[in-house]
Design a protein around this ligand. Structure first.
Ligand SMILES: Cc1cc2nc3c(=O)[nH]c(=O)nc-3n(C[C@H](O)[C@H](O)[C@H](O)COP(=O)(O)O)c2cc1C
Length: 202
């Protein structure tokens, strides 16, 4: 059997080597149109998935839904923090109301299938891979993006507002749009300190 290596993809390598997140607050129009969003989700869904359980799903938040979700989250924050000083509570409620500034937010919902041989951890990793593919796909399309979680992803009432059901968790909220300027670099891990070559134990 003759194994023939495929040609390298310089564009893909350059994209992978330069990807950076951009704060959701800095993401404006343009965002993906309907066809681009469908393509982005198809890329996102193209992840390893042990036993093909499809242990994730998407909730899209775009257009006027962004403000409506934000308003409900702000109300939930107020209701959930009655003991807080009013000015502080309003400050955070305001932040909740503006949680979806980018043209598109994809809530990646992790939903491990119960009663299978595949550990939940592996199924959650597949949901993480979906988030990562969204970031990489957005970059390939010329958009900026970020993967976040935070209060809206974990608080009980916020989860209900987002549309999560029993046994579901937010793996990530991936905001997609366009930044006014390219983000700078950030310190990267010291790979030499993190990488060893296997040696026999003992
Ligand atoms: C599961 C997960 C949740 C995250 N949640 C947040 C978040 O809520 N807010 C935030 O600013 N960054 C969050 N981050 C980090 C950003 O996605 C991003 O990795 C970080 O800003 C570093 O930028 P870089 O992707 O350009 O290296 C999260 C990352 C992961 C993997």
């Amino acid at each position: 059997m003759n194994h023939v290596r495929r040609p390298a993809s310089p564009d893909m390598l350059a994209a992978l080597e330069s990807r950076r997140s951009v704060s959701a607050a800095a993401l404006g129009a343009p965002g993906p149109d309907a066809d681009e969003t469908a393509r982005l989700l198809a890329i996102a869904a193209r992840v390893p998935d042990h036993a093909m359980l499809v242990p994730w799903r998407f909730i899209l938040i775009e257009g006027e839904a962004r403000g409506r979700v934000g308003a409900l989250l702000a109300d939930a924050y107020r209701a959930g923090n009655p003991q807080m000083a009013p000015d502080k509570r309003e400050k955070f409620a305001g932040i909740m109301s503006r949680l979806f500034p980018a043209p598109l937010a994809v809530v990646v919902v992790s939903r491990p299938a119960p009663g299978t041989m595949i550990p939940d951890f592996e199924q959650e990793l597949s949901a993480g891979a979906v988030c990562m593919n969204l970031l990489t796909g957005a970059k390939a399309m010329g958009f900026h993006a970020i993967w976040v979680t935070g209060w809206a992803a974990t608080h009980g009432e916020a989860r209900r507002i987002l549309g999560l059901g029993e046994g579901e968790r937010v793996a990530g909220i991936v905001h997609v749009g366009t930044a006014a300027e390219e983000p700078g670099e950030r310190p990267r891990p010291d790979l030499a300190a993190l990488t060893t070559r296997w040696a026999p134990p003992g």
